[in-house]
Design a protein around this ligand. Structure first.
Ligand SMILES: [Zn+2]
Length: 240
């Protein structure tokens, strides 16, 4: 007897996989976190309680929690007060995603820095327009050697647009991650920061923007060298 091969059609039904259940549990939990039913730092109900509420198996709940953890919504802590704790959502997830793209050679420092040159002068201009004593103290505290990125983070915080702040923070964090991974010796050039600081303190937005533009371009040129060395290193036969 010749059996007809099973050809899936557009309308064929697929068997329900147990995975669907855990996905749905994860989806509901994620929604509760997003609307604030569970706040950052708060512990989710125990695996047993969740299983009872959702009327699903412990395994499905465990899998759902694992999905949430991978997506960065919760962290699991061990011990007597252990459990799944809600994390504070940050732009870190963006950084990790872009870092993977960089590693896969789907974006380059030249492209990343191009965006930074577009964004950061405006951030510096906004920061100069919104300067106050508290920010001046913060900026001064980040003037020491080795705190290069910190100075940029304070300016980003000052700009008053959380999306712009997140975008710039992510860009600089991403560059930092790449520099760490490259491990070829690179120091952020902090000497321009003094001129930037003076312009921001003076409330001179135009000057701050102009200095930042030059600083970001110069920074990008050194970073492109870092990338070149890094790519060469990772393509060397010994690295495979
Ligand atoms: Zn800098």
């Amino acid at each position: 007897m010749i059996r007809k091969p099973m050809v899936p059609t557009r309308h064929s039904f697929k068997p329900i996989k147990p995975l669907r259940i855990s996905e749905e549990v994860a989806q509901q939990l994620k929604q509760s976190i997003l609307v604030g039913h569970f706040k950052p730092g708060e512990r989710l109900p125990t695996e047993r309680d969740l299983s009872e509420q959702f009327q699903v198996s412990r395994a499905a709940t465990r899998e759902a929690l694992r999905v949430l953890e991978n997506a960065g919504f919760v962290v699991t802590r061990q011990g007597a007060t252990g459990g799944a704790y809600v994390t504070d959502l940050t732009f870190d997830r963006t950084v990790n995603a872009f870092f993977d793209l960089f590693m896969a050679e789907k974006i380059s420092i030249a492209e990343i820095n191009y965006v930074r040159v577009l964004v950061e002068p405006d951030v510096a201009r906004l920061a100069a327009e919104r300067v106050n004593d508290e920010y001046v103290q913060k900026l001064k505290a980040s003037m020491t050697e080795g705190m290069g990125p910190q100075f940029h983070f304070v300016l980003a915080e000052m700009c008053g647009n959380r999306f712009l702040e997140g975008l710039l923070r992510s860009t600089i964090d991403l560059i930092g991650k790449i520099v760490n991974a490259a491990n070829v010796g690179y120091e952020h050039p902090v000497k321009d920061h003094k001129v930037l600081l003076d312009a921001v303190i003076a409330g001179d937005g135009e000057k701050a923007a102009e200095v930042m533009r030059k600083h970001a371009i110069a920074n990008g040129e050194s970073l492109m060298k870092v990338e070149k060395l890094f790519r060469e290193k990772s393509h060397a036969p010994s690295a495979r």
